[in-house]
Structures are given as structure tokens and as C-alpha cells.
Design a protein around this ligand. Sequence first.
Ligand code: RP5
Length: 162
Amino acid sequence: MAAGGADDVTILLGSRSDMEVAEKCSATLKEFGVPHTVRVASAHRTPQKVLDIVAQSKAKVFVCVAGMSNALAGYVAAHTTRPVIGVPISGKVPMDSLLSTVQMPPGIPVATVGVDRGENAALLAVQIMAVSNRDLDERLKQYRKQGAEKVEKDDSEVRGGR
Ligand code: RP5
């Protein structure tokens, strides 16, 4: 659905080359039935386009996926009071994207998830929305339960069924 529609989350990518990580985010949001939009818009190459998307979007949460200098997350955060989650992309220089996403100056926070952790960005967005959405909260509890069951199954298999 296009930005400006009824999507709850807008995912912005600095480049199409970030798509693999964005797909993890999108797939997890789909699991929770959260309507979302994926757009490519760069803080450096198309700064006005980013502003237009933010201004038109009715999303409750923005997820910004970008590598190298992830200016995108901070740039979006500077233009909205809605929560912004930054996903750093792994690159050739260790920690470049991570530090540029997480090290925001006082007053303009970006909630930063781990490097390439698109699925965690989705889960954090769901958790934010679940504060005022009981159905989403129930789904999160089910998701955690499934995660715990998998650990128990793995443990049982590693121990040879004992
Ligand atoms: C960033 O620069 C993008 O988010 C991408 O991770 C990185 C490289 O971009 P491309 O040269 O692959 O378009 O702006």
C-alpha cells in the first residue's frame, strides 16, 4: 500500500541494496498482520523525497534501514515525533552504520536494533503498537511462547531425547 494510506509501519530503505534486511522486517510484520509500506528513499541522494514520505505517511512507527552513514534514521526522526527504529546494515567498515544510527544527540532519539536485524525492528514496532492494542499483545505472547517451545525442542534433541 502506498505511503499516505492506512499502513501502521513505513519501512524506508536508503537503497534497494538494503532490501534483504528490509524483507526480514516485512516478513515479520506480515506474520503479525501489520499493514506496512516499503519505500526506497535516501537521506543523502533524495532528501526531499524522504521529507515528502514522512509528511504523507500516517504510519505509527517508521523503520529506517540504511548502511554506511545511516543518516536516514536520524533525518526521519528530526522530522516526526512518531517513533523511529533504525536498522544498521553491515558494511566494509566495522560499526559505521551502527554508530551513526545509535549515536543520536540528546532530544532526537532513534531506537536502534542490531546490525541487519530487520526482524527485531518489526518486533519492536509491534511491541510499541501493542501497548494500546490487546490483540497485538496476545500475538506477541504467542510468538514468545513459540520461541520458548523451540528452545525446549532443540534442547531435547541435542540431549538425544533424554
Ligand atoms: C546507503 O548506502 C544505503 O542505505 C546502502 O546501505 C549504502 C550503499 O548504497 P548503494 O550504493 O548500494 O545504493 O545510503
